[in-house]
Design a protein around this ligand. Structure first.
Ligand SMILES: NC(=O)c1ccc[n+]([C@@H]2O[C@H](COP(=O)([O-])OP(=O)(O)OC[C@H]3O[C@@H](n4cnc5c(N)ncnc54)[C@H](O)[C@@H]3O)[C@@H](O)[C@H]2O)c1
Length: 386
């Protein structure tokens, strides 16, 4: 190592990897996001992808051909169960199915002693999240939830600032994000149908903005939620890639909530796939010593809409401190996969643990349930999953 490199911080994907000890991985669901998992696993010299599964006959094989995989040395299956039942030596799977299949696939894999990297959102309902958590605790295996923004330098900075105490005691958070016109139908309708997605904007991007702020303040338990959701735009053909998708739209495209968190923090949240507004607003975190503004973002990739600004008083005068945007070294998705592989190989704690994300899911579930009955709901958790 050159003397000039001596003080360089190594990013997780620059770290030297022991490729002599490989782990065997399978991918369940070979749709859109599976490509990103494949690419990131390919960047891990200590991972061997041994099997692919998709419910649609031939889809897993076609995926392998499309991405130049060695089909002779791969096994293809038509369901998650078939893969798990026939691959007794597999170490881990990525669950890349649509949301409704997150819980069954994850629980089945964990019950069979397989470590799981589960795409976000964790699942659809709180009841499912509880069952996932129970299966994980019983198995003793690693379960990590696929929030790649966690590995973003600016997201880490948000957390670092809150944890430093610079803001004092946090008592109010306004967060959310989204788009004016951006209902996702990249490869069909799995994001916008109730029977596949279960939840719309809330689960697709809402979970990210919740994770950004909840992670920063240490994931306090949600106590109550008063929520709202609507779907006025998804049924309009002009809002969709293909007009015929409009009749299939059956989830939310906007959601909002007022949430009380343990420790006296109020969370004011809104998320949008479509609305007549440019942005649902910046994220603000108010503390007793200072406040922080995180300019509005689309949420999913960890990007922030500009530099963070801290508002405080100096010698009795209001002052603003601008925190310059930090550059990432390496790709956040690669880091998400690498952190999971390391946890599996070296028996490390889950990088994005379900013990936290169950609270994220509980808020989303609380919004859906509160919206349905038209009043605030209380959120409770069985003791065995906390
Ligand atoms: N982290 C990210 O940036 C990111 C980006 C996009 C999507 N996602 C998440 O990834 C998940 C998948 O999204 P997508 O766009 O790839 O969806 P998709 O509809 O393109 O692909 C999902 C695939 O899973 C298959 N499948 C469903 N149940 C299965 C089962 N039991 N066994 C085997 N295969 C099964 C389906 O047939 C389909 O081919 C979603 O939950 C989404 O929220 C994450």
């Amino acid at each position: 190592m050159s003397i000039l490199d001596a003080y360089k911080e190594k990013s997780s994907n620059e770290r030297e990897v022991d490729a002599s000890q490989k782990i065997k991985v399978g991918i369940i669901g070979t749709g859109w996001i599976a490509e990103a998992h494949l690419n990131a696993y390919n960047n891990c010299p200590d991972v061997e992808i041994v099997a692919l599964a998709d419910l649609i006959p031939g889809k897993a094989y076609d995926f392998a051909v499309k991405y130049g995989m060695d089909v002779e040395n791969l096994h293809f299956y038509e369901s998650d169960r078939e893969l798990i039942d026939n691959e007794p030596d597999i170490d881990a799977v990525s669950v890349c199915t649509y949301n409704r299949q997150h819980a069954p696939c994850t629980i089945y894999a964990l019950e069979h002693g397989v470590n799981v990297l589960l795409e976000k959102p964790m699942c659809v309902t709180l009841e499912e999240a509880i069952e996932i958590r129970r299966a994980e605790l019983k198995s003793g295996k690693v379960l990590s939830i696929g929030f790649q923004p966690r590995f973003d330098e600016n997201m880490k900075m948000v957390k670092k600032i809150v944890e430093s105490g610079e803001l004092g005691d946090v008592y109010y958070i306004q967060t959310g994000g989204g788009r004016r016109m951006g209902i996702p139908t990249p490869f069909g309708t799995s994001f916008i149908q109730e029977d596949t997605a279960g939840i719309g904007a809330l689960g697709d991007i809402g979970c990210y903005s919740l994770d950004m702020v909840l992670n920063a303040v240490g994931y306090p338990k949600p106590l109550t939620v008063s929520g709202y959701k609507s779907g006025f735009f998804g049924k309009k053909p002009e809002y969709l890639d293909k007009p015929e998708y409009a009749e299939k739209f059956s989830v939310d495209d906007f959601g909002a909530a007022f949430v009380r968190l343990e420790g006296g923090i109020i969370l004011d949240f809104r998320i949008s796939w479509a609305m007549h507004m440019d942005s649902p607003g910046d994220t603000i975190i108010l503390g007793t010593k200072a406040g922080m503004r995180i300019p509005a973002t689309e949420c999913w990739n960890g990007s922030i809409g500009g530099p963070l600004v801290i508002y405080s008083n100096c010698a009795g005068m209001p002052v603003e401190t601008v925190i310059p945007e930090r550059q990432n070294s390496g790709d956040n998705f690669d880091k998400k996969i690498r952190s999971f592989v390391d946890a599996v190989k070296y028996d490390l704690p889950s990088p994005v643990p379900s013990s936290q994300i169950i609270f994220n899911q509980a808020i989303i579930d609380g919004i859906a349930k509160s919206a349905e009955i038209g009043r605030e709901v209380e959120i409770t958790f069985p003791d065995d999953v906390l």
